[in-house]
Design a binder for this molecule. Structure first.
Ligand code: NAP
Ligand code: ZN
Ligand code: ZN
Length: 360
């Protein structure tokens, strides 16, 4: 008979898990593997709530397994390291994002693009090498192969820095890869949520001109004055969209729900690139003619490799980029999920795991 999550491994752990597609989270006891020779074990202090956690606990993408302990914006402190660990020692601050494993031998892995390895292992809801399910950071402690652990910069706040481990790298990586990362570029950012608001900060630190494309008129002042965007337009306002047609070199679309992309393609210059990172649960409509007339590109991008995640967080520390957060206790997590579903957060919930998660 299969072992229960509590018995699979020798190290007792606890967290909060969803048990079914209602997505309702509740206390959950499970276990983590022995700290292997290349593993770091760390106590979790903070974990961001990514919209992917919400999609996952509610099985909106159709591949969730339960019980599911979400969380892939995880920051903590190392308490134990295996005998062959080189990057970390006890007491170090450490971060883990969306990935905890990959095959290590395919072309993507060789290119430091573990995020495109066909056998990449997600931080939660995936099968680990040993055949057991991975569980994320809404939990007291993690055991992770040091290759997938990020050295958390000294001067970065643990709570406001945590969201960079997913939200940050997901927008940083396509800016770099698609050449949207330098002065002279005009970048559109669609959706001013967790991903979108850090994208504004990264783009501005890179000297890029930024236009936020939002469905929320109430976010205008903040986008322009606090986040430093150069322009703000409402995606449903045809006059505003018309006035900006053909002006953008690239657009990063972080929207979590189905929405029209025809206006976005229109905003691009010739050869412009629309990069989709938001992951709605149903397909978007792709109009072909406006792509042909303009040689425009529609692309996707998935988080980033481990080396690039380290580069991103070091860049963020240098430029003092963090997320705008609302710190919550674990008891508030279900309310936070409901608020996130309604877009009622500015701009990332971060759970204070260290002080509020208690063994039930
Ligand atoms: P979020 O904080 O909820 O932000 C999403 C934003 O999209 C909202 O703030 C809102 O911005 C806009 N939006 C939401 N519903 C909309 C609708 N019906 N029509 C138009 N705009 C809408 O979510 P997030 O954490 O940033 O994540 C965004 C998406 O990226 C999710 O689907 C998530 O799963 C995905 N994701 C992908 C990757 C990857 O590797 N590709 C990594 C992380 C997350 P405005 O109010 O400004 O319109
Ligand atoms: Zn995420
Ligand atoms: Zn691989």
């Amino acid at each position: 008979m299969a072992k229960s999550p509590e018995q699979e491994h020798p190290q007792a752990a606890f967290g909060w898990a969803a048990r079914d597609p209602s997505g309702l989270l509740s206390p959950f006891k499970f276990s983590r593997r022995t700290t292997g020779e290349k593993d770091v074990k760390f106590k979790v202090f903070f974990c961001g709530i990514c919209h992917s956690d919400l999609h996952s606990v509610r099985n909106e993408w159709g591949f969730s397994t339960y019980p599911l302990v979400p969380g892939h914006e995880i920051v903590g402190e190392v308490v134990e390291v295996g005998s062959k660990v080189e990057k970390f020692k006890a007491g170090d601050k450490v971060g883990v994002g969306c990935l905890v494993g990959s095959c290590g031998s395919c072309d993507s892995c060789h290119d430091q693009l573990e995020n495109y390895c066909p056998k990449m292992i997600l931080t939660y809801g995936a099968m680990y090498h040993d055949g057991t399910m991975t569980h994320g950071g809404y939990s007291n402690m993690m055991v992770v192969d040091e290759h997938f652990a990020i050295k958390f910069p000294q001067n970065m706040p643990l709570d406001a820095g945590a969201p960079l481990l997913c939200a940050g790298i997901t927008v940083y990586s396509p800016m770099k890869f698609f050449g949207l990362d330098h002065p002279g570029i005009h970048l559109g950012l669609v959706g001013l949520g967790g991903l979108g608001h850090v994208a504004v900060k990264f783009a501005k630190a890179m000297g890029v001109k930024v236009t936020v494309i939002s469905s929320s008129p109430g976010k205008r002042e903040e986008a322009l004055q606090r986040l430093g965007a150069d322009a703000f337009l409402i995606s449903s306002d045809t006059n505003q969209v018309q006035a900006a047609m053909g002006t953008m070199d690239g657009i990063i679309d972080t929207v979590s729900a189905v929405h029209p992309i025809l206006p976005l393609i229109g905003l691009l210059k010739q050869n412009g690139k629309l990069v989709l990172v938001g992951a709605p649960d149903r397909p978007l409509e792709l109009p072909v003619f406006p792509l042909i007339f303009g040689r425009k590109i529609v692309a996707g991008s998935c988080i980033g490799g481990i080396q690039e995640t380290q580069e991103m967080i070091d860049f963020a520390a240098k430029h003092k980029i963090t997320a705008d957060i609302e710190v919550i206790s674990i008891d508030y997590v279900n309310t936070a999920m409901d608020r996130l579903a309604k877009g009622d957060v500015k701009y990332r919930f971060v759970i204070d795991i260290g002080n509020t998660l208690k063994e039930a």
